[in-house]
Design a binder for this molecule. Structure first.
Ligand code: CA
Length: 247
């Protein structure tokens, strides 16, 4: 088959089996931001659905779902934290990126503890947000294709496909980034992994305004994983550097 024929046949195959476009839910009430996001995301080939109100966004997630949620904190009805918690009550897996105002460190921490995975600071560059979304979707694709299903840490069993952690006959749901973080630390068990490397490999970004994202996820994971979160035996802090997993 010639190069041209190959190209033609792969093109027609692509035409015959349409790939489902990845769906991004934008929850934001500022029309200019919605318009900017919609243009950029649609240009990249994503399907975009937007809602200005939190309740409608939660209903959208229940009824139709999305691959990624971009969530503003200040909405006309309920705030973004509530939207996040309500979505997390029935969907642990969907990655949620919060849009927060500049310098509002507390907003970010509260957002992450409400179940968000990442945040960008307003005013943000569309390019940065796109990079985050693409990094998330790449990791989701990779974890769907991975063969390992269960890892053991202490007396816990972490199911990488179901996104659950089981301990003493209790099953606790894990969010997407909690699983990714555990996976990375487990691959490098007994070795310290730096915060910068974690941010780079999991969040897919190098210059992050704050390293606390990683620390926040570790706090949440310790609550779920450790017998005593204040005296962790499995996720250990390597002072001034990062973390180490002892399985
Ligand atoms: Ca707003």
């Amino acid at each position: 088959m010639s190069e041209r024929e190959r190209t033609r046949s792969s093109l027609s195959e692509a035409a015959e089996t349409p790939v489902r476009r990845q769906r991004i839910l934008v929850v934001e009430d500022e029309p200019d931001i919605v318009r900017g996001l919609r243009d950029a995301l649609e240009f990249e080939g994503y399907e975009v659905v937007d809602h200005a109100e939190g309740h409608k966004a939660v209903r959208e997630m229940k009824e139709r779902g999305a691959d990624v949620v971009i969530l503003d904190l200040m909405l006309p009805d309920i705030n973004g934290y509530q939207v996040c918690e309500e979505i997390r009550a029935f969907n642990q897996l969907v990655p949620i990126i919060i849009l927060s105002a500049r310098g509002q460190e507390l907003d970010k921490i509260r957002g992450l503890s409400a179940g968000a995975d990442d945040y960008v600071t307003k005013p943000f560059s569309i390019g940065e947000l796109l990079a985050r979304i693409q990094a998330i979707l790449r990791r989701l694709g990779r974890s769907a294709a991975s063969h390992t299903e269960v890892i053991r840490i202490g007396n816990c069993e972490v199911n990488l496909k179901k996104h659950t952690l089981s301990r003493a006959r209790k099953t606790i749901p894990l969010t997407f980034y909690e699983v990714e973080l555990l996976k990375l630390l487990h691959e490098r068990a007994e070795q310290p992994v730096s915060r910068d490397e974690i941010l780079d490999k999991i969040w897919g970004i190098q210059a992050h305004p704050s390293n606390r994202t990683v620390d926040n996820f570790v706090v949440k994971l310790r609550k779920k994983l450790e017998e005593n979160q204040h005296h962790p035996k499995h996720i250990l802090t390597v002072y001034g550097y990062g973390y180490k997993l002892v399985p």
